[in-house]
Write a protein that binds this ligand. Sequence first.
Ligand SMILES: Cc1cc2nc3c(=O)[nH]c(=O)nc-3n(C[C@H](O)[C@H](O)[C@H](O)COP(=O)(O)OP(=O)(O)OC[C@H]3O[C@@H](n4cnc5c(N)ncnc54)[C@H](O)[C@@H]3O)c2cc1C
Length: 287
Amino acid sequence: MKTYDCLIIGGGVGGMSAAIYAKRRNKNIAIIEKFSLGGEVLELQRINNFPSQADIDGITLSQLFSKQIDALGVEVIYDEITSTKLSEFDKILVGKKDTYVAKSVIIACGMTYIEAGVNENDFLGKGVSYCAVCDANFYKNKPVCVISKDGSGLKAAKVLAEVCSEVTILDEGDMELISKANTNKKIKIISDTKLVKVIGDENVRGVEYTQSGKMKTLECDGVFISLGRKAKTDIYDLKKDEQGFIITDENMRTSRYGVFAVGDIRKKNLRQIVTACSDGAIAGQLC
Ligand SMILES: Cc1cc2nc3c(=O)[nH]c(=O)nc-3n(C[C@H](O)[C@H](O)[C@H](O)COP(=O)(O)OP(=O)(O)OC[C@H]3O[C@@H](n4cnc5c(N)ncnc54)[C@H](O)[C@@H]3O)c2cc1C
């Protein structure tokens, strides 16, 4: 099995910045990415605070990053890491497709979506989505619903209302005031709901939910889960805070020798593109 100098888990802006710095030091590295280079940035419609780019959309910005990764010849492995063994010596990363070994590891896996915890993942790519910006266009002129908690789905609903025929927000909390203030005729907000299950066959046909305890059905072609994000770090045996964010020192070193954490996944005050890049640069210079 090939042993890398450094493996970077996650190809968001934090991981790609780490790769740029490590590769320029001539290290034998790879990024392991489960989905697509760019990470969270791919979902951002407008970015106004990334220095040098006064106004840019997320897809264009992440393409600029990945172009640089390509030009440097950074190896990108498409796999999802599902468990790790981070010893003082070799670090072993087990993925869905293969197992990888490295002398050092940079964890750059960002935050993950909070799931509704019913059967929604059986319909992923068949009508269920976690990203309105990415997938809204698949539901042009079709009715969709947004699963939300205390207004977490409002932004997604606005994006969807631009193309969909009808957007129903099923919110767990009390949204009466926001519902009254809503002027978008395409958006309907229902309070005190709980998703019971997604219904469908090949594709989504609707959802079953409770409203104030009463069972209801809503027909729709798309279900957008918009419950916020959380740190998912259970596969890393490292020091973390109470919310699961990985604790590092100012050089991105974690509690384990040779293991670094960068970007949104680490305990920090400001989760932004520039701070993820800065973290990545520091770890990439030390790994
Ligand atoms: C709604 C919203 C708006 C924002 N707007 C701005 C803004 O205007 N300006 C700004 O600067 N910042 C903004 N941010 C914050 C910014 O997007 C993030 O701080 C930044 O993208 C974090 O980068 P990252 O590399 O740490 O993580 P991510 O971009 O989340 O990348 C993590 C990558 O790791 C991959 N991954 C995860 N787990 C695994 C695994 N087990 N195996 C393999 N791969 C894995 C994921 O697929 C992903 O590609 C916004 C964030 C949100 C949610």
